[in-house]
Ligand binder design. Structure first.
Ligand code: IMP
Length: 200
């Protein structure tokens, strides 16, 4: 069976493809299809956006699809940037400008005020019908400066609990062992497998 990952974000896709290994599906991204309408991510929560993306894409393509919506929630900022993580620093936001804004907002704050969690919600849908939703969290601290070149997004400023290095300073496989996305995908994998078993 084919499974469409409803994203054009190559960084997310790379992680999701690695984490989906072991499931008997052929994985495609939106880049494999022409004319898929852009889904407006105007939900108030990660759940809303993940469900909207999975449902719309699976309906349009008449296929089985998963969508990830994820973000970083900083305790001192009342869980911001959260659902606005991708566009935190406004129009034309980049990973770099988002990290700069976050570090600026936390400037002078001690480590005890720098707690944050990454949260990932994965929605699974088939031909426009939602099959299930899974969530994963990975908590840690926002460092005092950007460090490391691996990963993407807020990885250079996020130090997971139990580590002294940022996500961007550790290998992809170490990140994939503990990340919010891997936790959500482990749960999503059983939703996907159960759904596939209906067709066997
Ligand atoms: P989305 O495309 O609306 O889900 O935006 C997610 C945004 O959250 C990304 O653009 C990144 O800035 C951030 N993000 C999500 N997951 C990660 C991660 O694993 N590492 C670093 N940043 C992430």
């Amino acid at each position: 069976m084919d499974l469409v990952v409803a994203t054009r974000n190559k960084d997310k896709l790379r992680e999701i493809k690695t984490l989906l290994k072991g499931i008997r599906v052929r994985v495609f991204s939106l880049d494999s299809f022409k004319g898929v309408p852009e889904v407006i991510e105007d939900g108030k929560t990660l759940e809303d956006n993940a469900i909207k993306k999975a449902v719309q894409v699976s309906k349009f393509l008449k296929k089985f699809a998963v969508a990830d919506d994820s973000g970083l929630e900083a305790e001192y900022l009342n869980s911001d940037p959260g659902v606005y993580s991708a566009r935190f620093s406004g129009k034309g936001a980049t990973y770099k400008t988002n990290n700069e804004k976050l570090l600026e907002l936390l400037k002078g704050m001690p480590l005890s005020k720098r707690k944050a969690c990454f949260r990932c919600v994965i929605a699974v849908a088939d031909k426009g019908k939602i099959i299930g939703v899974a969530e994963g969290r990975c908590c840690g601290k926002i460092g005092f400066e950007s460090k490391g070149d691996n990963g993407f997004g807020y990885d250079p400023v996020f130090i997971p609990n139990g580590f002294k290095k940022t996500f961007a300073q550790i290998s992809a496989s170490r990140k994939n062992n503990i990340s919010h996305r891997s936790i959500a995908l482990k749960k999503a994998k059983s939703i996907i497998s159960n759904h596939l078993s209906l067709f066997r």
